[in-house]
Design a protein around this ligand. Structure first.
Ligand SMILES: [Zn+2]
Length: 103
């Protein structure tokens, strides 16, 4: 499954679900340490994410279903912003959704 999204520069991008490290859902324009939202980790890249974060990821932080369900937040009519090559973010319904891909 591929998802086409439009970013600020009106480029069409492909997000391959197999390349997703984690998804963040939280309050817009707030601290993203986890105190204002939650991270959901993909089961496919747990080791990578642990290295990235610096400490282990517990089972209840892994949620492929949630990530898959929320992928439509990164499609039209939303216009996710490409923060860097592997981070996409969008604010919808008063929530910020940020998708982190493995780099
Ligand atoms: Zn915080």
């Amino acid at each position: 499954m591929k998802i086409n999204s439009v970013i600020k520069e009106i480029k069409v991008i492909d997000v391959n679900p197999n390349n997703i490290e984690k998804l963040y859902i939280g309050k817009p324009h707030s601290c993203m340490c986890g105190c204002s939202g939650k991270y959901y980790y993909s089961s496919k890249h747990v080791e990578y994410a642990e290295k990235h974060r610096g400490y282990p990821i517990s089972k209840d932080e892994i949620n492929d279903d949630k990530i898959n369900k929320m992928l439509n937040m990164f499609t039209l009519p939303n216009e996710p912003e490409n923060i860097d090559d592997c981070i996409f973010t969008t604010i919808t319904n008063d929530k910020q959704y940020t998708l982190y891909l493995v780099s």
